[in-house]
Ligand binder design. Structure first.
Ligand code: FES
Ligand SMILES: [Fe+2]
Length: 391
């Protein structure tokens, strides 16, 4: 239990003004936390598995590993999408890896039990060696709660979060003209390993206070998104507007020009902006005039995380669109490398015993909301140092 004497107060007073504080350093680097975070935060939330375009034909599948769990999303022979635990009902072997195609059935690589794409147990090898009364209908792959929202397949492994349409209701209208569900991937999904805690990476995404200093290229082209931000419970959206003043760099200047030209099918305002949306606890959705992407930040042990994401766009082979997409991907790669660099430096600084949680700007209020969710689900995070039972 938390005791007030050792707890960090998330909001303190400076004079008469309240000031929020960052989380204590230990919570960003403790090996006991990863399994707890999966159980209390990641599993009871919606997690993206893939876009529907990755499941175009019956038998196409994508897996998502979430801590100790793994989930399969597969297109069935009936044409619907099924989401299943990736665990054989015989002795538990992991059935599928990554993404691919399994024609007709899912077959276990260990003893060969096979399952229909909808999950029912189809056949047991050497059936006669098992009791005749064995009920196959009780041995199908276990299902996982799922929803398809705007063309993305989400799963939820525990708890009862609200439906995605409800969570995203505040920004749904802004996404509509981009037609995510009709998009195709611009490339394969990526998985990056960063040397920082997943909360450092999410903190970074949830505040754009760092943009003018940490992302000089982005700042030359766009206004910071904290000037145009809306917050809903669990969802925040910021918009960076293309600056009228052309960037002094030719490639940035070219993108400023092309982004508006190639996106004539979008409402005027959408042609001039990059929007950055987050859904707590760990999802980002970025929407640009020429493409969109998602990324998901996943815990991977003390001081480490994985970033999983993919970019999508409507089919469009125009030369100008190809150039615009090339340039925006290049800008985003640069921003991603800058963020990784900054997050690594935060992780390094948090390891120093000299660090005390600093005061937060109001530009970091989405990050503070994230911390409130963390503190609510894991009350131990209020402690100045790790509770004895964590060591
Ligand atoms: S563990 Fe899958 S068939 Fe034995
Ligand atoms: Fe950043």
């Amino acid at each position: 239990m938390t005791s007030t004497s050792t707890a960090v107060r998330p909001v303190e007073s400076v004079g008469s003004a309240p000031v929020a504080r960052a989380l204590p350093a230990w919570v960003y680097n403790h090996p006991a936390l990863t399994p707890i975070e999966y159980e209390r935060i990641i599993k009871p939330s919606w997690q993206i598995v893939c876009h529907v375009s990755s499941l175009a034909r019956a038998g196409d599948y994508v897996t998502l590993d979430l801590g100790a769990d793994s989930v399969i999303a597969v297109r069935t022979s009936r044409g619907d999408i099924q989401t299943l635990h990736n665990v054989c009902r015989h002795r538990g072997a992991r059935l599928l890896e990554g993404a691919g195609h399994c024609p007709g059935a899912i077959t276990c690589p260990y003893h060969g039990w096979s399952y229909r794409l909808s999950g029912e147990l189809l056949a047991i090898t050497a059936r006669e060696t098992f009791p005749a009364a064995l009920d196959k209908t009780q041995l199908g792959l276990k299902g996982v709660r799922s929803e398809v929202w705007n063309g993305f397949v989400f799963v939820c492994l525990a708890g009862n979060p609200p439906p995605l349409t409800e969570i995203w209701a505040g920004v749904e209208g802004e996404f509509a003209p981009h037609r995510f569900a009709e998009m195709q991937p611009l490339g394969p999904a990526y998985l990056e390993h960063w040397d920082c805690d997943w909360k450092v990476a999410m903190d970074n995404y949830l505040e754009s206070y760092h943009v003018p200093i940490g992302h000089p290229g982005l700042n030359r082209m766009f206004t910071p998104d904290y000037d145009d931000q809306v917050n809903f419970p669990g969802v925040a959206r910021g918009i960076s507007w293309l600056r009228e003043r052309p960037s002094p760099r030719w490639s940035e200047r070219l993108y400023q020009k092309l982004a508006v030209e190639v996106s004539a099918g979008l409402p005027e305002a959408h042609r001039r902006r990059w929007s950055f949306t987050s859904m707590l606890p760990n999802l980002g959705i970025d929407v640009f005039p020429d493409q969109m992407d998602f990324f998901q930040v996943l815990p991977r042990g003390a001081g480490k995380c994985m970033i999983r994401g993919q970019s999508f766009a409507l089919p469009d082979e125009r030369r100008e669109m190809r150039i615009a997409r090339y340039l925006s991907a290049r800008i985003n790669r640069q921003v991603q490398r800058e963020d990784e660099f900054l997050c690594r430096r935060v992780q390094q600084g948090l390891a120093s015993g000299s660090y005390e949680p600093g005061p937060l700007s109001r530009l970091e209020n989405c990050m503070f909301e994230f911390h409130e969710v963390l503190r609510e689900r894991i009350p131990e995070l209020r402690e100045k140092s790790p509770p004895a039972r964590f060591s």
